[in-house]
Design a protein around this ligand. Structure first.
Ligand SMILES: C[S@@+](CC[C@H](N)C(=O)[O-])C[C@H]1O[C@@H](n2cnc3c(N)ncnc32)[C@H](O)[C@@H]1O
Length: 273
């Protein structure tokens, strides 16, 4: 039977808390203007689906002081951390345990629904996208960050990082019944659902736009959280995965080095019926 949460172990690891913090610091400065394009009511209702430790939910609560925001996740420890970190933003910002496969909200409850860094890690992503669309009102917006592990580029040295990123996401996806290239597939899923105003934008996490230390922290967290399962699921051993990540981290930290992660931000409007 398909495991609906195949990355449960990695999501609960302390490295994921570091990862989500570094990802938000790297991505939000470019993502924020994309969010600001949505035409929202004066007191918008917002859902952050798979909110993790509340990095985006809290930034939205600060950006939109009259918004009501609900972050939902299935991981208690992330929800607890989010509640304690952002207690000062309650009750406008709340966190609840809910599965994004079966949200509690009635149809059309939200003006804006976000789902960041989740869809690549779960099977049946199209079912989740349909559920997110269900709880978003006609004329409201979906804002997705569907990761795509074919959109990372590093310089070669002893290892060729292209070999790693060619093999690892494909084998990991096969083993976990997930699509680690869903960034490029999200457009078609939304188009088949007949969504309006589908947009594909990119946040460019590179060594020019993002502080090297922030970018390197993401790779360090991936190394610490994922090398063991890469050793299980792919042709790379755990030791080889660590060596590849260490080379990529050195590439990022090298003042003469250049590396880039292109992060798709895919959005649409729910059609008015
Ligand atoms: C990589 S984290 C992203 C967190 C957050 N969206 C962010 O951008 O910082 C993915 C999150 O999805 C959550 N998740 C996985 N399956 C879920 C499900 N069925 N329902 C709700 N959350 C889920 C995980 O527990 C994890 O916290």
């Amino acid at each position: 039977m398909t495991d609906l949460n195949p990355q449960a172990k990695q999501m609960a690891d302390e490295s994921m808390v570091r990862n989500l913090d570094a990802q938000a610091r790297a991505i939000w400065p470019q993502e924020r203007p994309l969010v600001e394009r949505y035409v929202l009511p004066a007191e918008p209702r917002i859902l952050d689906a798979g909110c993790g430790t509340g990095e985006a939910s809290s930034r939205l609560a600060e950006l939109l002081p009259r918004a009501t925001i609900l972050g939902v996740d299935i991981l208690d420890q992330s929800l607890d951390l989010a509640r304690s970190r952002y207690a000062h933003l309650a009750p406008r910002l709340q966190f609840e345990k809910q599965s994004i496969y079966e949200l509690h909200a009635p149809d059309g409850a939200y003006d804006l629904t976000l789902c960041r860094h989740v869809l690549h890690s779960i099977p049946h992503a199209e079912r989740v996208i349909a559920e997110l669309a269900r709880v978003t009102r006609p004329g409201g917006h979906l804002h997705l960050i569907p990761e795509d592990y074919g959109m990372l580029h590093f310089q070669r040295a002893v290892h060729d990082p292209s070999d790693f990123w060619h093999e690892v996401p494909a084998a990991f996806g096969t083993a976990t019944e997930t699509d680690l290239f869903i960034g490029r597939d999200a457009f078609g899923i939304l188009a088949a659902m007949k969504m309006d105003e589908i947009r594909v934008d990119y946040v460019i996490v590179d060594t020019v736009r993002v502080p090297r230390d922030t970018f390197a922290s993401i790779l360090e967290a991936w190394r610490d959280g994922y090398s063991e399962s890469i050793g299980q699921f792919t042709k790379f051993s755990r030791e080889s995965a660590v060596a590849h990540f260490n080379q990529m981290i050195a590439n990022i930290r090298d003042p003469l080095g250049y590396a880039v992660w292109m992060v798709p931000v895919v959005s649409c409007r729910i059609p008015s019926r």
